[in-house]
Design a protein around this ligand. Structure first.
Ligand code: ZJS
Length: 265
């Protein structure tokens, strides 16, 4: 029997599924699957989706988490794809509002906007808020990539585009993917995590041409000395790895350093 004859002989339901052949041979077409005779299943796919409530323990299983992780990438990429040139600014969540460090973060946020960049931060308080505030006050694009934490925490009020992530590693991809460089203000473990992630990506060639500027020599020079005199001296990194970052105390110089790759084209 040709496929035309077969189609004529078959009833088709609203979803285009064929069933109940008049010649007594029954078949059901479910996408690419054909079911016949006693293998036919009652009802429609929608009915099976909407009319049933099975066990719910799969919500806590890894395959489901994989889908959630995937959806975070989808949402993040979707929200940031058209951002334009941007710089990520990191720093301590504990930097007090109004402190000199906070005010520096604010000036850096504004200066980045004046130089034509969107500012991306972790969306939290302290140095993140300072950079978002400076960017927002300069009428620029102020992005906060928040993270779900065990304690109550919202995006700071100076974020104009916010995305909240469940997973640190998804969020960290966004900081690198949508920025041309990093400015790192004094900070703790979170800040060091973001700094060393970028240094590792640079050292291993996973990203190229990605300036990292550490702001505040009084805070960072101890770390830089240890990297040179202990880590590099004992052969755990090569001498040229020291050039993967710069240290400055000057806002204008920080902006020039972190934007130089984009400016050079
Ligand atoms: C008061 C308090 C601890 C709030 C935490 N709230 C946070 N909200 C958003 N991002 C955060 C937060 N804590 C750490 N991070 C991430 O880690 C960095 C700061 O961590 P830290 O304070 O240096 O180690 C930020 O750049 C940010 O990306």
């Amino acid at each position: 029997m040709s496929s035309t004859e077969r189609n004529e002989a078959v009833e088709v339901d609203v979803e285009g599924r064929e069933y109940g052949r008049p010649d007594g041979r029954s078949e059901q077409v479910l996408g690419p699957v054909v079911r016949r005779r006693d293998q036919m299943v009652p009802g429609t796919t929608d009915q099976r989706l909407l009319d049933t409530r099975g066990p719910s323990d799969w919500v806590h299983s890894d395959p489901w988490r994989v889908l959630r992780i995937q959806s975070e990438f989808v949402e993040g990429f979707g929200a940031l794809a058209e951002l334009g040139p941007a710089i990520s600014v990191f720093g301590s969540a504990r930097t007090p509002a109004g402190s000199p460090e906070y005010e520096t973060g604010r000036r850096i946020g504004a200066a980045l906007v004046d130089a034509g960049y969107a500012v991306i931060t972790g969306g939290g308080p302290g140095a993140m808020e300072a950079a978002n505030r400076g960017a927002s006050e300069a009428d620029g694009v102020s992005v906060g990539l928040g993270i779900e934490l065990p304690f109550e925490q919202g995006l700071n009020e100076y974020v104009n585009i916010g995305v909240n992530f469940r997973y640190f590693f998804v969020r960290k991809t966004m900081f690198v993917k949508y920025a041309h460089g990093f400015v790192v203000l004094p900070g703790g473990f979170g800040t060091l995590d973001e700094l060393f992630e970028a240094l590792t990506l640079l050292q291993t060639g996973k990203v190229t041409r990605f300036p990292i500027v550490l702001f505040g020599s009084a805070y960072w020079s101890g770390l830089a000395d240890w990297l040179r005199e202990t880590m590099i001296a004992q052969g755990k990194a090569s001498p040229h790895d020291e050039q993967l970052f710069s240290i400055t105390d000057d806002v204008d110089e920080a902006i020039a350093l972190v934007t130089r790759v984009t400016a050079e084209g």
